[in-house]
Design a protein around this ligand. Structure first.
Ligand code: TXE
Length: 480
């Protein structure tokens, strides 16, 4: 059985306590690897290694760090196919998606921040002939990075790359549900010659390893992506320690469709924004709001497209939807569908588990599900489902659309479809979300601020925002 080891102080090692957890392949429901079941002793070793590596990593200078990160990216590029296969097995996502999106983006994260830091400058503020202020941005020290299971290597590298580029050393924890590619990255870091202790990867459970990272006094900044409840727990522990916190949490994103949009492009993209990665992306649009004059046409065309999606073996390049990530998550999503029925919703398609044949018969598959007939206030339209489930609701006026779109506790992303330029601007201003896509979805420029409002999180990732997060700004004032 393959072992997912920790990467601490430049070596692949088992947990100090010698315990293991099972790592399941969602496509088959079978155990495909065992994971180091670490605890606070492993985190302690990782923090000590990271602290010891800090001066050397900073002494390498921006160019030295950037060059090493580019080498890691080149090795990921070389192993793209192996990484994509491993991601698909570990997470259940279609191999085509891992090849096209997850791994290329993980590589891009390393390249982007290795480049960005070379172009990063700091501010100076001249007070007439009184004084000169300049901003000195110094790495915070050892950064803690905790990532989720939906986009495993993609989100893991989205955190560690800016931290490393900024001059921090890192103690990172991938999700225990999908740790496989992070361990592969650890081995590539050894091959690339990354100095021991610069990046440390500790595997294990959230309440053990994640909590130990959050509470460790040697880690002054924690960057987390995951569930809103976990984010609240991390904030509860970290805030009284005055740690820097970046929290990217859940969403219940609206897709607002006006009748004047480009229908075909909107339809194609709305199928993607609903069901990519089995709907397990925090940016997926799960509440589809449609102007009433277009509603029936949209509903019929949408359901026809969704019925044509292929749920199947993630290893088959023709598969549109693979397995959801775990049995527990499958049951959670099916529970939400049952709730929608209890609340009076009509299931237009899907609404059930899909049982495949042969070696896939115990896999965790859910048919893409479209529900209508529910109002904006019900639990189905308020709670994050994070699976292949969307609801349709009609609206009559722009004001009603805005109030429905904003009417949840979340505020991560919104999608807007209209060809009316003035309306696009008006709506974009009025939407309570950190990201607004107009006539597109998941178009990502890594320089832009990324994150959510309300219970979708605190802080922004991406570009200079991320480099600022992993540094402390110091103002130096010099009398002229
Ligand atoms: O996430 P968790 P879960 C949403 C989605 C999903 C729900 C719960 O709705 O159904 O969250 O998912 C680590 N201290 N999203 O339970 O537990 C954990 O080990 C420190 C949205 O799988 O938040 C993992 O590495 N860390 C989302 C990471 O936190 C802790 C992506 C995320 O896991 C911890 C995933 C603790 N006490 C789920 N407990 C998004 N925003 O993209 C757990 N962890």
């Amino acid at each position: 059985m393959e072992q997912v080891l920790n990467y601490i102080n430049g070596e692949m090692v088992p947990a100090v306590g010698g315990a293991w957890l099972n790592d399941h392949a969602p496509a088959t429901g079978q155990v495909h690897a065992v994971i180091a079941d670490s605890d606070e002793r492993d985190v302690q070793r990782a923090v000590e290694a990271a602290q010891a590596a800090l001066p050397g990593w900073q002494a390498l200078g921006t160019e030295g760090r950037s060059a090493l990160m580019m080498r890691v990216a080149d090795l990921m590029q070389r192993d793209l196919e192996a990484l994509a296969r491993a991601e698909s097995v570990d997470n259940g996502k279609p191999i085509a998606l891992a090849r096209r999106m997850d791994i290329p983006r993980a590589i891009a994260n390393f390249r982007f921040f290795a480049g960005a830091v070379l172009h990063w400058d700091s501010e100076a503020h001249l007070m007439d002939d009184v004084a000169l202020n300049y901003t000195d941005r110094q790495p915070v020290g050892v950064a803690g990075c905790i990532s989720p299971w939906n986009l495993p290597l993609y989100l893991f590298t989205w955190k560690i790359a800016p931290a490393l580029a900024a001059g921090c050393t890192v103690v990172a924890k991938p999700s225990e549900v999908t740790p496989f590619t992070a361990a592969m990255l650890g081995r590539l870091c050894i091959e690339a010659g990354l100095p021991p202790g610069v990046l440390n990867i500790v595997n294990g459970l959230g309440p053990k390893v994640g909590a130990a990272i959050t509470a460790h006094p040697g880690i002054p900044a924690v960057s987390f992506t995951g569930g809103t409840r976990t984010g609240a727990e991390i904030a509860r522990v970290a805030a009284p320690m005055f740690k820097k916190l970046s929290l990217e949490l859940g969403g219940k994103n609206p897709v607002v469709i006006f009748a004047d949009c480009d229908f075909d492009e909107m339809l194609r993209t709305t199928v993607r924004s609903a069901f990519t990665n089995q709907g397990q992306i925090c940016l997926c649009g799960s509440r589809i709001l449609v102007e009433r004059s277009l509603y029936a046409r949209f509903r019929d065309a949408f359901v026809e497209r969704v019925n044509a999606l292929r749920v199947g073996d993630p290893a088959d390049p023709a598969t549109d939807l693979g397995a959801v990530v775990s049995e527990a998550h499958m049951n959670k999503v099916l529970g939400h569908i049952a709730l929608a029925r209890e609340e009076g919703g009509t299931v237009l398609c899907g609404g059930h588990r899909v049982e495949l044949d042969g070696h896939l018969r115990n896999g965790w598959y859910i048919a893409p599900t479209v529900i209508e007939g529910l109002g904006p206030a019900c639990r189905t339209n308020q709670e994050e489902i994070f699976g292949p489930v969307v609801t349709l609701q009609p609206f009559d006026t722009e004001a009603e659309a805005l109030s429905m779109a904003n009417g949840t506790t979340y505020g991560l992303a919104s999608v807007l479809w209209t060809n009316d330029l003035k309306r696009a601007h008006r709506m974009a201003r009025g939407l309570h979300s950190g990201i607004v896509w107009v006539n597109c979805w998941l178009v990502r420029d890594l320089r832009t601020p990324f994150g959510g409002m309300k219970q979708s999180g605190v802080g922004r990732e991406g570009g200079h925002e991320a480099l600022r997060f992993f540094t402390e700004a110091k103002n130096v004032c010099i009398r002229l």
